[in-house]
Ligand binder design. Structure first.
Ligand code: TRP
Ligand code: SF4
Length: 404
């Protein structure tokens, strides 16, 4: 268990794959768009993570980074509310990664399912490298350096968040201990004032003696609302609730949003490697052509043959884009051969084009002013660095790396 130091901080990264497609939009970006208004968000391009697999030829990375950032912004990521930056420009991630590597047992990394899976999948690459093994630990550093409370990720990344939690716990266990912890905690309680201090002690006792989780939650809420505690004291008292140490790196939670699975043009998952995508910046004429030539239920050889939407990838698009009424029309028209496939596809074409129009409009503006994009990222890096530096000061202090 950990306390949510700052429940309102969200961190997420994406590897620089270049221009994004509808799968990214519905699977990840729409989620980010919502989160940026609810939390303090840090969204970054994980360029170092790209190097863990593509170290042999990194020349494409910079273009991919900028193309992806343009798509983020075009999709509506607002740099006035969210911090948008590039991982390698905030070197604190690397320092924390290094320090965490000192305390991370090799077995923990070897056991992460993506390690063997990806090695199997990317057989043409030599992934028996130090950097690749450390992939999830670098991700842990990405998250912990901002003390994020929540990390929006897909199912495949949950094991990485779990590792992050274990590493944070181990870190706090080793370095959160102070010789005079008890005295400092008592002094901090005194600063809360009589009433709140008494309540805190009572709640702590209820949790420690009886494992009363509700008492723990209440005590945390009580600490959150204390105005006159320093950051250090607050963390001490969060730690004191559960044991005898300070929590320096809080454990994050994964934020699993059931991502709308966007079908590709062929009914498989939409993915660049399957060549079945519609890019966010896909030319409208190309969108029309791609959807018009999409395969349909193979039973509909002739216009007069009835079909079954369940066996047709176009139906998946209707589920994503069409209202009840249109879906009814598809179901009936398909099964009775009342409508033709091209007719059936038209509402999908219209919906995709309508969705992409404002995105493409913004993308054109951003493409026309690369300096604006560079500047947004530059400022994002600065803002991220400020937060990351604060954490690293604490981390260095806790690990006795301060020289005076
Ligand atoms: N590994 C993530 C992915 O492949 C990308 C990533 C890197 C990330 N660092 C992160 C995601 C930190 C969330 C938080 O999707
Ligand atoms: Fe697919 Fe629509 Fe054709 Fe039916 S009518 S096979 S749902 S495209």
């Amino acid at each position: 268990m950990n306390h949510p130091v700052d429940r309102s901080r969200v961190v997420s990264g994406m590897r620089p794959t270049g221009r994004l497609h509808l799968g990214h939009y519905h699977g990840v970006l729409k989620n980010w768009l919502r989160l940026q208004h609810e939390y303090e968000c840090f969204f970054f391009v994980a360029d170092w993570h790209a190097l863990t697999t593509h170290y042999e030829d990194p020349r494409q990375i910079p273009d991919n980074v900028w193309e992806m950032v343009v798509d983020w912004l075009a999709a509506g990521i607002n740099p006035n509310v969210a911090t948008v930056f590039i991982q390698s420009r905030v070197v604190e991630h690397a320092e924390l990664h290094l320090l965490l590597s000192m305390i991370t047992p090799l077995g923990w990394l070897e056991r992460v399912p993506t390690y063997k899976d990806q090695q199997e999948k990317l057989k043409d690459r030599d992934l028996s490298t130090y950097g690749f093994l450390g992939y999830p630990l670098l991700q842990s550093a990405d998250i912990l350096v901002y003390k994020a409370g929540l990390v929006p990720v897909g199912e495949d990344q949950v094991a990485h968040i779990e590792l992050t939690r274990e590493v944070a716990r181990r870190f706090n266990h080793f370095y959160g201990r102070e010789p005079d912890f008890e005295e400092k905690a008592q002094a901090a309680i005194a600063k809360m004032g009589k009433k709140a201090g008494k309540l805190y002690r009572e709640l702590r006792r209820r949790y420690q003696e009886r494992g009363d989780d509700e008492a723990l939650e209440t005590a945390r809420a009580l600490l959150e609302e204390q105005q006159n505690l320093s950051l250090g004291d607050r963390e001490r008292l969060f730690g004191y609730l559960e044991g005898m140490g300070r929590i320096i790196l809080p454990e994050p939670q994964p934020l699993l949003t059931e991502a709308a699975k966007v079908p590709g043009l062929d009914g498989q998952k939409m993915s660049k490697s399957y060549g079945n995508t519609i890019a966010l910046r896909e030319d409208p004429e190309s969108v029309r052509r791609k959807i018009r030539t999409m395969p349909t239920d193979p039973a509909r050889v002739r216009r007069t043959d009835p079909g079954d939407p369940e066996k047709c990838p176009v139906w998946q698009f209707h589920l994503l884009y069409s209202d009840e009424q249109t879906r009814d029309w598809v179901q009936r028209g398909c099964r009775s051969a009342g409508i033709g496939c091209l007719e059936c596809k038209q509402p999908v074409i219209d919906a995709v084009l309508a969705e992409l129009a404002p995105i493409q409009e913004r993308a054109r503006e951003l493409e026309a002013s690369p300096a604006v994009v560079r500047n947004i990222v530059h400022e994002g890096c600065e803002r991220a660095r400020e937060v990351a530096r604060e954490t690293m000061d604490e981390v260095r202090g806790a690990m006795s790396l301060v020289y005076r």
